[in-house]
Design a protein around this ligand. Structure first.
Ligand SMILES: [Zn+2]
Length: 77
């Protein structure tokens, strides 16, 4: 995947970033894409064990401000 990404809406230059979550005790984490349908559990929220996960990269267009998400690196979830 190229590191320079063009906006699919306006062709502008996109800046790489990420979307973060503020988790337990204000611990900041990066969001991940998880395969399948979300399944709620009583103790730990949404079930992720045994699922495939990828780190979510977010690209923001410098011109029209739109966001595009990509996944590249597998992550343990
Ligand atoms: Zn754009």
């Amino acid at each position: 995947m190229p590191t320079e990404i063009e906006c699919s809406k306006c062709g502008g230059k996109m800046s790489k970033g990420f979307v973060f979550d503020r988790g337990h005790l204000e611990y900041k984490t990066q969001q991940a894409w998880v395969e399948g349908e979300p399944e709620e559990t009583f103790w730990s929220g949404v079930k992720t064990s045994g699922r495939e996960g990828y780190r979510v990269e977010a690209y923001r267009c410098d011109n029209c401000n739109s966001l595009e998400f990509y996944t590249r690196d597998r992550v343990d979830i």
